[in-house]
Design a protein around this ligand. Sequence first.
Ligand code: PDD
Length: 287
Amino acid sequence: MTDDPIVYLNGEFLPISQARIPVLDRGFIYGDGVYEVIPVYRRAPFRMPHHLARLQHSLDGIRLANPMTNDAWDALVRDLCARQPFDDQSVYLQVTRGVAKRDHAFPKGVAPTVFMMSNPLALPSREQVEHGVAVVTAEDNRWLRCDLKTTSLLGNVLMRQKAADVGAVECVMFRDGHLTEASASNVLIVRAGVIVAPPKDNQILPGITYDATHEFAREAGMPMEVRAVTRDEALSADEMWLSSSTKEVLAVTTLDGKPFGGGVPGPMFRRMYQAFQQHKPAAARRA
Ligand code: PDD
């Protein structure tokens, strides 16, 4: 049944309607936790080792011990996927610092909360792929550990809402005159035939899809540079792309209400989109 799907909570599989956490969970009180979103094609997780490595990076960043080995995570994700009635999935997993009396400092001897659910993978529509999508822009006012995939997402939530308010899919952000990322995706641009992406530093999430685009670009012989991108360069780019586990790659064709990049997805986007489609089932089988 998809209206009451099976989820995983602290060692148990159960229908989501029965999954409960105590109100003192630090995920609820402080957003004190980390998460991952893993795309699953034909029941095979895509780039699972990369997602588990980033999970470890996020856990290390918030000083929370990993409650499971990578093999145990891998088995659990596959088990959860096997319990869903659909093949293409988006697995969400979350680890919080557990349940404790409210006090900012870490509690001692508390078990983390581990939650996982899987939804049908809602990839962009054909229309979005063919015609591109609209974004708005804003000054990035989030904290300076955007490399950690934490559940404290209020900054991202507010940015995404700025986009939603005007019917756009994303909010592309700039900090100190440089491109960072969007509220739930990475941003890459194309200038004079070269793909340019901001470096994976503390100001952006090290996207698994971002890395995939680099690999696919290398294989396809598409020139690519990783370096800081100024606002002017981004706003006058030939193409702008969004990348994420649930969007794959998407072209930006409207920016702040005006046509961008000629108002149609560019030739480099089309090549990258093709490369992505060719790689994904094979990569999913390999993972
Ligand atoms: N978001 N930057 C931010 C802020 C993100 O939230 C995401 C992904 C990305 C892209 O990362 P990846 O390619 O690994 O999905 C970049 C997920 C999908 C989410 O929060 O739902």
